[in-house]
Design a protein around this ligand. Structure first.
Ligand code: BG6
Length: 487
């Protein structure tokens, strides 16, 4: 497809929270920055009975809050708005798809991206409805949000359905973490430099820690979240994808399958956690009332849509191992939670301590090197090293080497969902998941979920505004380590 060729983007779930916060603002930014060609159309579809003007109002009031002032221009916004129309739909009723077909089929040969920002239970009916309305052809693409299913079996059923109507190269399984600038920077760091490669292995790296901590609770998504939990919402997808980017071998190129082959190898080399190892190597928690930055917050059990005796986990930590030569004996600690002390998304690669310390005068001299890749609150990559402090004494202090690209005033930082749309529109699947990756991730997660369900144990509680249950710290202490909690 020519980059200047107009496209149609259909957003199902267009009045939802994700559409307001991320999808519509990202489409606008793509238009504003010249990545959504003139003449393209965006069709919002959702249950609300709105007309085009009503949807524009929704976009303006809600979505506008999520566009930074510096990234908003009235002229381009008006031009973007003129590209957007809306169709009220009942995804279970064929008449809805037929109505949509009337609008869309005025341009039958365009690349058309269907973006499903709806629950996975609606994927199948939506695909069937589109097919029956003859809205699918070889230029159609479908983008689906995670979690894809709730276990391997249900994910396979969804993938079978998608596979019956679309070729694999038409399916875009989204993990927006892969669209984050720092994740791509990490690829550049690992595979655009020869420096790290010889050290990137067991024998030089002591452990890897991946933390995705949020201060937010579950917002208005109580019902969804209570059925889902942190393992399915975050670990099966975002955390495992980050782990893959850290652990994978260098792909032969940046083509989609080259990357995805390497990620899949990592997922398949993850050592299964089953039986007694579930209690030893995993922790699940649920928050109780507490305070974050001085503000009181309630207990998970009091959130709207949550069952009063819910066992759903809002926190998970895991000690994982990858059974390959490269990673033999290196623990990968994963941790994610809602209502934690700070918003912090970071990957910490801890290098081995000095084999022999000659700077015995210096209290800090034994702090091992670490590479900290931070995605949130600020994006940065830094290498913590030791250096001599000026002065007469041979005294070492930790110093930080920032490995961040120059951010000139003109360099706008692209949001993850902008990249997701841009790549799907341009047909680049590198940052989307292939079916076998999703299967491999579920195959690893399923036994842990089943073990938790079978056990009589309830999730461990933690006070909102902390770093999770105490057991999460002992998961590392038992191996002689501690979580990195500095941003
Ligand atoms: C989503 C989860 O995939 O990621 C949410 O469903 C979570 O529960 C969100 O809050 C976090 O994304 P980000 O980009 O804000 O870290």
């Amino acid at each position: 497809m020519e980059k200047s060729e107009a496209v149609d983007v259909v957003v199902f779930g267009a009045t939802g929270d994700l559409a307001a916060r991320k999808l519509i603002p990202s489409l606008y930014q793509l238009y504003r920055t010249g990545h959504l060609p003139e003449g393209s159309r965006v069709l919002g579809a959702a249950r609300s009975k709105l007309d085009d003007a009503g949807f524009h109002k929704f976009m303006e009031s809600d979505a506008r809050q999520h566009v930074k002032d510096a990234d908003f221009e009235k002229k381009s916004w008006d031009a973007f708005k003129a590209m957007v129309c809306y169709e009220p739909v009942d995804l279970m009723a064929q008449a809805s798809y037929d109505g949509m077909a009337e609008r869309l089929n005025t341009e039958p040969d365009r690349v058309r991206l269907y973006y499903l920002s709806v629950g996975p239970s609606l994927f199948s009916a939506t695909c069937d409805g589109l097919a029956a309305a003859k809205l699918l052809n070889s230029r159609s693409r479908i983008a689906v949000e995670k979690p894809l299913g709730r276990d391997l079996v249900s994910a396979q059923a969804i993938n079978d359905k998608l596979g019956s109507l679309f070729k694999e190269e038409q399916i875009y399984r989204i993990d927006h973490y892969l669209g984050k600038e720092t994740v791509q920077n990490l690829l550049a760091l690992r595979f655009g430099n020869s420096l790290f490669e010889p050290l990137w292995r067991s024998g030089h790296i002591r452990d890897v820690q991946i933390t995705v901590a949020e201060t937010l609770g579950i917002g208005t998504r109580g019902e969804f979240y209570d059925r889902t939990g942190a393992m399915r919402d975050m670990v099966q997808n975002h955390l495992l994808q980050l782990l893959c980017i850290i652990a994978m071998e260098c792909p032969t190129g940046l083509e989609p399958d080259a990357m995805r082959d390497e990620k899949r190898k990592v997922l398949r080399a993850l050592r299964p956690i089953t039986g007694a190892d579930i209690g030893k190597n995993t922790v699940r928690g649920q928050y109780r009332a507490g305070a974050i930055a001085g503000e009181a917050v309630g207990s998970y059990l009091d959130e709207g849509g949550v069952a009063e005796d819910s066992h759903t986990e809002t926190f998970v930590s895991i000690c994982a191992h990858i059974d390959t030569w490269r990673w033999s004996g290196v623990p990968f600690y994963l941790r994610t939670g809602k209502r934690m002390q700070e918003k912090l998304t970071q990957i910490v690669v801890n290098f081995d301590p000095l084999p022999h310390n000659i700077f015995t005068d210096s209290v800090n001299s034994t702090i091992p090197n670490k590479l900290v890749i931070q995605l949130q609150p600020e994006e940065s990559i830094s290498l913590k090293m030791m250096a001599k402090m000026p002065g007469g004494r041979m005294k070492l202090e930790p110093v930080e080497l920032a490995l961040n690209p120059e951010r000139g005033a003109r360099r706008r930082h692209m949001e993850a969902y902008e990249r997701v749309f841009m790549d799907a529109i341009n047909g680049n699947q590198t940052l989307f998941l292939r079916r076998d990756e999703v299967d491999a991730a579920w195959a690893w997660v399923d036994p842990i979920l089943a073990g938790w369900e079978d056990s009589q144990d309830e999730p461990r509680t933690y006070v909102a505004g902390t770093w999770g249950p105490a057991r999460s710290s002992s998961l590392l202490v038992q191996d002689g380590f501690v979580w990195n909690e500095e941003s």
